[in-house]
Ligand binder design. Sequence first.
Ligand code: SF4
Ligand code: SF4
Length: 355
Amino acid sequence: MNIFRMARSFVQPYQPSFLVMFVTSRCNARCPFCFYAERTGSATGPEELTTEEFERISRKCGKIPYLLLSGGEPSLRDDLEVVTGFFVQNAGAQFVTIPSNGLLPERTVSIFDRLTSTFPGVHFRSAFSVDFPDRRHDEMRGVPGCLDSIVEATRGIRELKRTRPNLSLDVVTVYMKENEHIHPELREWVRESIRPDNHELHLIREDWPDHIPAGLDLDCFLVQAEEYASEGRMKETRNLSAFFRGLNDQYIRSLGRLVRGERISKCFAGRKITVIDETGKVRLCEFRREILGDLRQDDYDLRRILRRSRGLFRKMNREKCTCTWECAVSTNIVCSVRFHPRLLLSAFKELLRWR
Ligand code: SF4
Ligand code: SF4
């Protein structure tokens, strides 16, 4: 792990520190709440970036320590390990998260097996989606047997973790109307059946700008988000775990204001946390519709597109939009100087607690 390189990515202008890459829009589940449903429902694949195109992007994007490979279902890409390897070798990725619906257990375990053994200096985080502790999960995901597949996949990941210290097993739950009042029961099921390192709660999204669905019990969400965070506190295994826990603490503390639509800081979407979709379009963020550029038409040069988007970044900050997107809020906290004393204090407390 190269802390200097990580720090440098945060201060270099138009150099992202966090890259969210939609590697495919294909998905083998049919979740009615999917925020990417307009793509996942009809995706077939040929429009997606090829292996070679990903390599070209990785050679020109500078050093990006944090990579999230999203979708769709990332494990549906046969070349996922190769694409990940490009960003580790060419772009210096040090923390890689790959979420999954768990429907391809063998393939998922084999991906993490190859990646963790090929790149022992990189920390990989497998994140599985679980929204109910029983058949309601399968109903919500539109696939019978989905929860059983997750149990099988996570069993394989736990086994792998015995010999791979650079692997974490996480669960992510989407807070929605349908599961609003089952969280203590769900947490207990996940604790006993999956035994993850972290279990996070994310708020369901609707289309921008009214991205928080009406009628949700947000007070209940805030209480539960804190409960989830407390439960994971002692289990974090990544390098810099105290920092990540401290960051998560600051995120949880900001949630109350964010769900009321208040802004906690300037937003660094685009510049420091950058989203590339599966066709090579660079988007302002996961919520808003603005496209910053098309890598295919710009010689696969991400930083050139970001430099050209200065005006849009200024406009977005003048508009003072706000959202609860976990990755953007965390990046904004790290990039905002006024949060640094609180962040350091939280990280220090976590370090003491952990020791
Ligand atoms: S598994 Fe994820 S990407 Fe696939 S439909 Fe469900 S929410 Fe969307
Ligand atoms: S606050 Fe940032 S991440 Fe959130 S919607 Fe606005 S531009 Fe996007």
